[in-house]
Design a protein around this ligand. Sequence first.
Ligand code: WQD
Length: 340
Amino acid sequence: MAILVTGGLGYIGSHTVVELLNNGFEVVIIDDLSNSEKFILKNIEEITKKKPVFYPFDLKRKELLTQVFDAHKIDGCINFAASKAVGESQLKPIDYYENNLFSLINILQEFKERRLSSFIFSSSCTVYGQADTMPIDENTPLRMPESVYGKTKQMGEEILIDFAKAYHRKISLLRYFNPIGAHPSGKIGELPIGVPNNLVPYVMQTAAGIREKLSIWGNDYDTEDGTAVRDYIYVVDLAKAHVAALQRLMNDPSDETLIDIYNLGTGKGSSVLEVIKAFELANNVTVPYQICERREGDITIAYANPYKAEKELNWKSETSLEEALRTVWQWQKYLESRKV
Ligand code: WQD
């Protein structure tokens, strides 16, 4: 069975491709390399000893997408392809709506016409905004996200729910909390292009001396140490949840509509200062930092209730924050070795 993985050379996409190949699926990757690099494909092959098919296509070009569906028997899709920089999305809203939503709709046109089902959507806990109570479960009311990026995730979910209902198809909306870490092989990981937006890649580059010091965006939040709290989930555990969610859709014997929604997190919150401390302890390094003003649009606290995914997907995040942060430093060493 061939699974189409859009954005399959990206951070979460590449780790999911590894798990799909390890589970016997054939994989067809479409990735326009706008936020990923080609060497990741070679490294996926080194890790799995298998070769996914790769097309460097822009999903907004429908004629190219049709070529891929004509050439391969696609049995399901995991859709990662999207622009994802929260700050940039505020400056380029139309680019974000066009890229994130036109790509999704083009794929769904193919799915509709070819009567395909089993579609996994890469969503985000950002659809909850700042929830009133913790932990956040799937019944927590959605809030209008602060960022255009978050809005494209919420709109993407709505489009998929209407698609599933109208055409009786099977979809799974996976709401990630904060993905971190790198593959234990040290050959794939998060490739921040330019200055990292996210915390952990910035911590990594500060420890490596690439950045002078980390700015902690605010220490006046209503949390134990004043810094904001998030649920940091190891990327390989997250990738395994995608395979479990896909298998659940593909194994569903009914012809009925199926709309799965899962919060994918560890169920544990960690503050920015706790992440810094854990990184320093796990890797015996220091991370210089300064306290700065809050970042526009940031929320105080978010961590998941992962019970529904544990029960229905028989999946649980197994990896501790320290273990995940150890893989980050190993990945940084690999990137340095590539430069020599
Ligand atoms: C985490 C915490 C920052 C950088 C976003 C999206 C989410 C997902 C992941 C894409 C916050 C603080 C950060 C820094 C800091 N999207 N921080 N200094 O904002 O929780 O989630 O990225 O994959 O959908 O919403 O993640 O890593 O940017 O921030 O103090 O240099 O670290 O203020 O409290 P976030 P993040």
